[in-house]
Design a protein around this ligand. Sequence first.
Ligand code: ATP
Length: 444
Amino acid sequence: MNDQNLMDKIVALCKRRGFIYPGSEIYGGLAGTWDYGPVGALLKKNLKDLWWKGLVQMREDIVGVDAAIMMNPKAWEASGHLEAFNDPLVECKICHQRFREDKPEDITEHEKSHGKGKVSWTEPKKFNLLVEAKLGVIEDDKQTIYLRGEITNGVQVNFKNVLDSTRVRIPFGIAQMGKAFRNEITPGNFTFRSREFEQMEVQFYIKPDESEGKKWFEYWKSNRMDFYLSLGINKDKLRFKDHEPEKRAHYAKAATDIEYEFPWGFDEVMGIHHRGDWDLKRHQEFSGQNLAYRDPETGQEYLPWDIETSAGVDRSILAILVDAYTEDSGRVFLKLDPRLAPYQVAVFPLLANKPTLVEQAKKIYLDLMEFYQVSWDERGNIGKRYAAQDEVGTPFCVTVDFQSLEDETVTVRMRDNANQDRIKVAELSNYLSKLINETGSSTT
Ligand code: ATP
């Protein structure tokens, strides 16, 4: 299968089964926006829950916040986004399409689209990526604000609030997830580059000290790589990519990306950035508030340094889907970690028109619902139901058949090898729990 073919198949499966639809599709869409359907929303929620559990629930040194998307515009001035959040663009003089100067592969690709004609380009120009909005009810009095271009600022402006309202002590982190918006020039590669997307971040505050900085930067690199590995993503398809000093963002002292090998090549799913005291210093300066941390033991006051880990939810989901897509002996299935799978279990009565089978299956379905996201299906034949569950990655399908009525057992069919086990109904919940949790018990 060539790479474009694979991507086309994944996009089609996402639409067909309800993972991801083009945004506002009935109106012809809106470029760079995507809507997650019923199974996509479940997959996304499972990823975010695992991320939050590993970083907030299971750690003593990280707390979570959920800040507003709309912020006082001064915050964007302070963080440097109004001035520096822009990509230099070049424009094709033939068709006036614009491309990022730092993406030579897109430029070469575009040149090919003009055949033998020689393409000349304008000098690079800067474009601001922040999405503007107007806030207020009186037409002439509306204030221009910006939809957040990254979620970091909501954490930085609350640094002092968190210090004052909790017992955190350096080193500690503040976690957040939520939507971000960027006027991307060329959205594309399905959800990879969207104009509305979601991020999951931790800002980890440390002593302003070079060796602490190095230590925590390395710590977070391997911690986050372990997270992707714990989701079952193929190790050979993940790598670190250090940013060259001249390509680093305006705030970064050091930066590394974790990249996944998508069908079009290795590309970024998350960034690890050593932000130094850039954000707190600027917010202190622009707000006039003292944002320093006071060491309770030494009494020393300082602005801490920040090691940021910033993951894209949508890009992580895309990497998970690409990695899970499997074709085997004519079968298509998503080999998803059971903790990520939209449904952990599906329950079927063998025949929809036999009330005794339906009744027993419904009881099992309702019992399991308490613990798992369970799918119910009684349409068509059993083969079609298996195929539908395979395509959304359901790891276990439970079928109630005629033998079930006699001996209170059911079949459990495994997604990855299509093998079946016969299990007592009374033992089903324990049996499934073991299989679901043993796959990825190490939530890092
Ligand atoms: P790129 O160089 O690909 O534009 P970036 O370096 O600007 O990305 P960051 O600002 O570091 O990205 O954002 C952190 C994460 O947010 C990225 O690793 C990515 O997963 C996600 N992200 C950024 N921009 C987009 C986008 N337009 N669509 C989807 N996810 C995005």
